[in-house]
Every structure is written in structure tokens, then in C-alpha cells.
Design a protein around this ligand. Sequence first.
Ligand code: E4P
Length: 218
Amino acid sequence: MDLFIDSALYEEIEEIHTWGILSGVTTNPSLIYRSKENFEELIQKIAALVDGPVSAEVPSDTAEKMVVDARKLACLDKNIVIKLPMTEEGIKATSILAREKIQVNMTLIFSPNQALLASQAGAQYVSPFIGRIDDISYDGADLIKNIKKIFTQGNMPTKIIAASIRHPKHVLDAAINGADIATIPYKVFKQMLKHPLTDSGLEGFNKDWNKYLKGDTK
Ligand code: E4P
């Protein structure tokens, strides 16, 4: 499973990029709003840094406007993927953009049927929001599992991006249930590194190594 970062903060993306494990980036209008940066400039800057798909959302409400905005955005960099919402207008726009070979990530997916529609419209990616599903006491892991089953049985090429990840267990749920990608917030990347036994083990090894260096063999 590939790992994307779900962030519009350049410093966060830059830091996780230095780990050498990032395959792409997703943003959304709320993340862009919090970044307080110019949308197009920021997306271009991110695409220049990370060699992989960078999802940028087109928050228009008609298919016509979505298509016009998507075409403009897609010109900024070859790695830009247009994020469109799972609405009737979004589906229409996806079908048009797919014919023009502009990549679409259909977002706000909360059911397997929505994923099926997005895939048939030609979306390259679907983003099921597992955290928000869990928030309302449904099962985000199950959503990933069912979408995977449908795509595999139907031989459908659309990739599943597990989104709305809130903690490391969601990353595990995504990987076990067949997501192609997990888009992970900065904070969760940091949490994934951590294990108390790693910390205590390292402390023990460091202590003994220092004793060894001092020639203390007891
Ligand atoms: C997906 O691409 C979205 O940006 C994101 O994962 C939404 O997550 P949230 O539910 O934490 O807002």
C-alpha cells in the first residue's frame, strides 16, 4: 500500500518527504483554507517537491464549471489530480475529464455504490472517508473491504485511497482490507513511528553502548 500525506502545509509535506516514503499528496478546501496560501501557487510548489500524484479539489457546483476549473488546474503540473465531490455534477464532470485523460480523485465516498459510480465514470481514484464513517458508528474498514471486492471482481482499474485517517489503526485497517493508498495526516505519520518497546529498547542499547565505549565490561 502506498502512502500519501493529507496536508496543505508545505512544511509538513517537506518534512515527511525527507523520510523517502511519500508517493503522493492529497489536499482539500478546508486544508487549503487553514494553510492561508495562494491555492494555485501552493499546489505547484507541492507538485515540484513530491514526485507523485497531488490531488487538488475543484469546489465548483456545476459540471461545466468543474470541467473548466479542472482543465486550468491540470495545466499547472503533470502530476495534478483533480478532486471532485461525489455528486451528480461531479460524476458528469468526471466522465468528461476522463475522456480528456485528466485524472480524477472522486472524494467524499461513503458507500460502495458511490465508489462503483465513480469508477464507471472513469475516476482514477476514489477516496472513501473511513474516519468520518467510524465517527457515525459505521465501519470504515468494512467500506474499504467492500469497495476492494467490487473493484477486484469487476476488474476495475480505479485505485482506492483510504482517507479521513485519524490514527495508526486506520492505516492498518486500510492496508489489511486492500486499499491501494492511505492518505495520512502529518500527526499520524509521527504516531506510526512510535512504540514504547522501541523507546525502552533503544534506551537500553544506548546505555550499554556507552558503557562499552568507556571500556566498562561489567
Ligand atoms: C481526503 O483526501 C481528505 O482530504 C481527508 O482525508 C478528510 O479527512 P477528515 O475527515 O479528517 O477531514
